[in-house]
Design a protein around this ligand. Structure first.
Ligand code: ADP
Ligand code: MG
Length: 476
């Protein structure tokens, strides 16, 4: 069969994490019980006014900055008018004329090579209700109405399914690290429109694109792209390329194929106009600066730090940054004094394995970084053998007991408040610049100070007491 070049563009919708919905005070929480997190605003009762949620705007701006987009001078919204049962207002509030970010780019790592992905735009909008179809009826659950959505539209710049998935994984991780979204595909928080076309190997003219709507898991997106490339290529190879038309299809998981939904003869006329109920709002430069400063260390930077500073292998670093919980756990263990290579090893070899075997997450894992650090330092100082260390690790988890219970009293924690307070005072005196930066908004320096205390006490200072005293001193 002839070889063709594939071109893929993605529209990634991701539900954001926030206390309340994007235009109302209803809680932005998932609920098994339908229609509990709903306000009159979400239901479009007459006379209601939407009120824009600042937390969502802040997070959307953060994403826009990270993706190297241009931010608009004013925050503005548009109405996209259409009728569908999941849309009680008869329109969706979205951003068309002036998205929160345009013309961005981001470099991603794809199976060992780097690729620059061009971002057309990123915009903030509201989700619609969800429909539950039964044999004899369809039920509407309005809980999802007004849930903040961040939609990211790429240029048609991917050449295969691997690149598309590497991109989605990268963005998902960034959202998680920045607390923009839980980005949990299992909870349906990410949905993608997948656009695929093919063209001759040496052509520069894009082929006819086919859009697959609302594909909801990364493995489905992967399969959907590959199926569509194959379908279009076979039609083209057999002289039937005119059967590839600009249309909307859906991916059918059961058969692993795509099925026609509707032909896109003309673009649907959404009669966009500026949302008149939300006044335009000037995006202050100082605010943007503040948001930039608040961007936490991203997975890519963390990976570089692990490789350069902690001397981990790229392989190990990749495993650790895969989940923010892993990276946080690892860093906390190192911060309180554990040797980095040992901490990485314990995490990768013992802990991740234990978690998957027991279907647990680090959130409910009994052995906290402090405990792991104690085991590691006891082992590295020769107090216990590596075999004993393993045994203690298992005993701690089985009996839900602190590793101290299984070791001598020597490595006891420092919990004396006066003593910790004294150590902190000296450290603060030695770091005036960091204090100024912290007070100016670089709040992630807090961890730096904690790290200094742990360094000074060889990881023995009680972390809870340390953080409490430190917070008191820094904030006064
Ligand atoms: P539409 O007007 O149908 O919404 P856009 O040009 O706005 O189309 O693009 C929507 C999405 O389709 C974008 O993610 C874009 O990258 C992608 N896209 C556009 N043209 C092509 C193509 N020829 N092949 C694959 N993807 C494409
Ligand atoms: Mg949209």
């Amino acid at each position: 069969m002839n070889k063709y070049k594939a071109v893929i563009g993605l529209e990634m919708h991701c539900e954001m994490k926030s206390k309340t919905k994007v235009f109302s005070n209803a809680l932005n929480n998932y609920s098994e019980i339908p229609n509990v997190n709903v306000s009159p605003i979400d239901m479009a009762f007459p006379g209601i006014l939407p009120r824009i949620n600042k937390e969502c705007v802040k997070k959307a701006l953060m994403a826009s900055i990270i993706l190297n987009c241009k931010q608009p001078e004013y925050l503005e919204f548009d109405r996209k008018n259409y009728y569908y049962p999941d849309l009680p207002k008869g329109y969706q509030i979205t951003q068309m004329h002036s998205p929160i970010g345009v013309s961005g780019k981001i470099t991603i790592d794809c199976n060992g090579y780097e690729k620059e992905v061009l971002i057309h735009d990123i915009h903030l909008e509201e989700d619609a209700a969800s429909l539950d179809h039964y044999d004899d009826a369809t039920l509407i659950d309005y809980n999802r109405c007004g849930v903040p959505l961040l939609e990211l539209v790429t240029e048609p710049c991917f050449s295969n399914a691997d690149e598309a998935i590497a991109f989605l994984e990268t963005i998902k991780r960034i959202y998680q690290y920045c607390d923009i979204s839980e980005a949990d595909t299992r909870k349906g928080q990410i949905r993608c429109d997948v656009n695929v076309s093919i063209m001759d190997e040496n052509s520069t003219t894009l082929g006819t694109k086919v859009e697959m709507k609302n594909v909801n898991s990364f493995s489905n997106i992967y399969d959907c792209i590959n199926y569509e490339i194959k379908r279009q290529s076979e039609l083209k190879a057999s002289g039937r390329y005119d059967e590839v038309i600009q249309e909307t299809r859906r991916y059918d998981e059961e058969s692993g194929t795509t099925i026609r939904m509707r032909e896109k003869v003309e673009a649907i006329d959404y009669k966009y106009f500026i949302e008149p109920n939300i006044p335009k709002y000037k995006i202050n430069k100082d605010w943007l600066e503040k948001i930039k400063l608040a961007i936490p260390m991203l997975p890519k930077e963390r990976k570089e730090k692990y490789i350069n500073e902690y001397k981990l292998s790229e392989y190990d670093a990749n495993i650790i940054i895969k989940e923010k919980d892993y990276a946080d756990y690892f860093e906390e263990t190192v911060q309180i004094g554990a040797d980095a290579k040992s901490a990485a090893n314990w995490l990768i070899v013992n802990i991740i394995g234990y978690l998957s075997k027991n279907d647990e997450t680090l959130k409910d894992f009994y052995l906290k970084p402090q405990m792991l650090q104690e085991i590691i330092s006891a082992q590295n100082s020769g107090q216990i053998s590596s075999k004993q260390a393993k045994e203690i690790f298992i005993k701690c988890l089985e009996e839900k007991k602190h590793p101290k219970e299984f070791m001598n009293k020597e490595n006891a924690q420092i919990s004396d408040k006066d003593k910790i307070s004294e150590i902190i005072t000296v450290i603060l005196e030695n770091n005036p610049e960091q204090i100024t930066a912290y007070k100016n908004g670089k709040t992630n320096l807090f961890d730096y100070f904690v790290g200094q205390v742990m360094k000074e006490t060889k990881g023995k200072a009680n972390p809870v007491i340390t953080k409490e005293i430190l917070k008191n001193k820094l904030d006064n």
